[in-house]
Design a protein around this ligand. Structure first.
Ligand code: SF4
Ligand code: SF4
Length: 229
C-alpha cells in the first residue's frame, strides 16, 4: 500500500540494500508488541498468503472467514490481516485492536511464516525507477538502544534476491493494474479483481517453488490482461 508522506519526514535520510547494516536490532522484540496493535491495513501479497495457507493448513476461503478480510486498496481488492480479536487481556482492557495472530504472551503465533511487512518492520520500501530500496522508519520502533543488523539477516528470507524481485514485480504490476481499473466498466473491474484473487491467492501453491509458480502466473496474467495494461 502506498503512503502519501515525504520520506524525509519519517526516515534517517538514508537508503539501505541487502548487505547494509541498519539500526533495527531490538532484542527479538522481547517485552514489546507495539507494532502488532492498532496498525494500518496489513495488505498481504501472494507469498504471504501462500505461507499462511500452508502454515495454518487452511484454504484461502476459510481464512477469509477467520483471519483475513478483503479490502479495496489502490484500485484493487486484496486480502489484509484481520484486526481486533486480541487474546491479550491488557490490550482487551484498553479497548485496543491487535493482529489476530498476536498471542496472549504478546508474541507472534505465526513467526515462522509471518508476512513480509512484519519481516522488514521498522523498515519501509521506497519505490523508484522500477525498483525499490529500504529505508528506516525512525519513529516506528519504540525500543531504545537498537543495534545494527545486516539487512538480509533482518528480513530472514532464504533467497533475499528472489524475494526482492518478486516484491518488485508484484508492486509495479498491481500499481499499473490499479491505475487502469477506474477506466473500466464496473462489471469489467469486478471481473479483473476476481481474476487476480483467483490466480494469485486462491487454490494451492507450492511454497518451495513459489517464485517459479509466481512467474508462470504473472506471465499468464500479463498476457490475459494485455488489452488493459
Ligand atoms: S503477523 Fe505476527 S508480527 Fe505480524 S502483525 Fe501479526 S502478530 Fe505482529
Ligand atoms: S515497536 Fe520495535 S520492539 Fe516493539 S514490537 Fe515493534 S519492532 Fe519489536
Amino acid at each position: 500500500m502506498q503512503r502519501d508522506v515525504d520520506i524525509k519526514d519519517i526516515s534517517d535520510g538514508r537508503f539501505y540494500g541487502l548487505n547494509d547494516m541498519v539500526k533495527v536490532g531490538c532484542n527479538d522484540c522481547r517485552g514489546c508488541s507495539a507494532c502488532c496493535h492498532d496498525m494500518e491495513a496489513l495488505i498481504l501479497d501472494p507469498l504471504d498468503v501462500c505461507r499462511l495457507k500452508n502454515g495454518l493448513g487452511k484454504s484461502f476461503d476459510d481464512m477469509i472467514d477467520e483471519e483475513l478480510e478483503l479490502t479495496r486498496v489502490d484500485g484493487l481488492v486484496l486480502p489484509k490481516m484481520r484486526m481486533g480479536r486480541t487474546l491479550n487481556p491488557s490490550a482487551q482492557a484498553a479497548g485496543d485492536t491487535a493482529c489476530v495472530f498476536l498471542n496472549s504472551e504478546g508474541r507472534c503465533s505465526i513467526h515462522a511464516f509471518r508476512p513480509g511487512i512484519c519481516r522488514i518492520f521498522p523498515l519501509g520500501r521506497f519505490y523508484e525507477n522500477e525498483d525499490f530500496r529500504y529505508f528506516l522508519q525512525v519513529y516506528e520502533c519504540e525500543k531504545k538502544n537498537r543495534y545494527k543488523v545486516r539487512l538480509k539477516q533482518w528480513i530472514d528470507e532464504k533467497d533475499p534476491k528472489a524475494w526482492h524481485s518478486f516484491i518488485n514485480t508484484w508492486h509495479y504490476f498491481t500499481k499499473r493494474l490499479g491505475e487502469r481499473i477506474p477506466d473500466l466498466t464496473e462489471e469489467s473491474g469486478r471481473q479483473v479483481t476476481e481474476y487476480i484473487l483467483r490466480l494469485f491467492y486462491e487454490g494451492s501453491c507450492p511454497e518451495d517453488e513459489f517464485y517459479a509458480w509466481f512467474e508462470e502466473r504473472m506471465a499468464l496474467a500479463k498476457r490475459t490482461l494485455a488489452p488493459i495494461l
